[in-house]
Design a protein around this ligand. Structure first.
Ligand SMILES: [Zn+2]
Ligand SMILES: [Zn+2]
Length: 243
């Protein structure tokens, strides 16, 4: 078993890379990948500092050696759709969209419910389906990026929508936008995460992508990969047995 979506104090995680690696060993994983957030110039609050990228790679290289024979350690990056940083020198790249750019401003999608609602009001006149169309078009853009192999938390915009609180995930407009993105990404051979992070943090009862979209991916023969998006050691491989 492997978990390739985890964070450390190099970005917004709460533990060192080594603590995350040790947690993975304790859980019996055969492989662990750190995937700290790529540098985003418009929001430095949660991402890797530009000057720390080299240290991150060096620390992971040292851990790879230190734990050889016990666990395979990979040095990944979670590349935001709007990040302009190079992905060279990482073992793998997860492509994730965490913002929507509206009128020259970057709005975070998953930081707080009030921000998400404000984005919809300000950028889409309260039309969540228009927001979804914009979001999924952005995510589908990873199909054109050869460096990205995995699509992170595909339907992140459902984070605050448990029980259909804000919009209907069964709406034809919503499903059409999501499935069009899935089609493009599958054609490009991308792997979809089954991301248990929002379940671990109590926002969602099912991992991303939501069951209907996951069923569509599987029906089309798409590849999936369990990922915890853990920000603390105790959440490494969270829910893998269940999901
Ligand atoms: Zn993410
Ligand atoms: Zn993440």
């Amino acid at each position: 078993m492997r978990d390739l979506h985890t964070h450390s104090t190099y970005s917004d995680g709460k533990a060192s890379p080594e603590e995350m690696v040790c947690a993975a060993i304790a859980k019996g994983l055969s492989e662990i990948g750190l995937s700290d957030h790529s540098y985003t110039f418009f929001d430095e609050s949660y991402c890797m500092k530009k000057e720390k990228i080299g240290a991150y790679k060096a620390e992971l290289a040292a851990l790879k050696k230190k734990y050889e024979g016990q666990i395979s350690v990979l040095c990944g990056v979670e590349q935001d759709a709007y990040s302009t940083e190079s992905t060279a020198g990482f073992d793998y790249v997860i492509g994730s969209a965490h913002y929507l750019k509206v009128g020259g401003e970057y709005f975070p999608l998953d930081e707080a419910e009030k921000d998400f609602v404000a984005l919809c009001e300000k950028g889409f006149q309260g039309d969540y389906y228009a927001l979804a169309e914009e979001y999924f078009a952005l995510v589908a853009g990873f199909a054109e990026r050869a460096d990205v192999s995995v699509v992170g938390h595909f339907d992140l915009i459902t984070k605050f929508n448990e029980g259909g609180k804000l919009f209907d995930e069964g709406d034809p407009r919503y499903l059409a936008a999501a499935k069009a993105a899935i089609d493009r990404l599958l054609q490009a051979g991308k792997i979809f995460e089954i991301n248990t992070g929002a379940v671990a943090r109590g926002y969602r009862t099912a991992p991303y992508p939501a069951p209907a979209l996951l069923a569509y991916i599987k029906e089309k023969g798409g590849k999936t990969m369990l990922a915890s998006d853990a920000h603390t050691p105790d959440k490494v491989a969270f829910g893998f047995d269940k999901f």
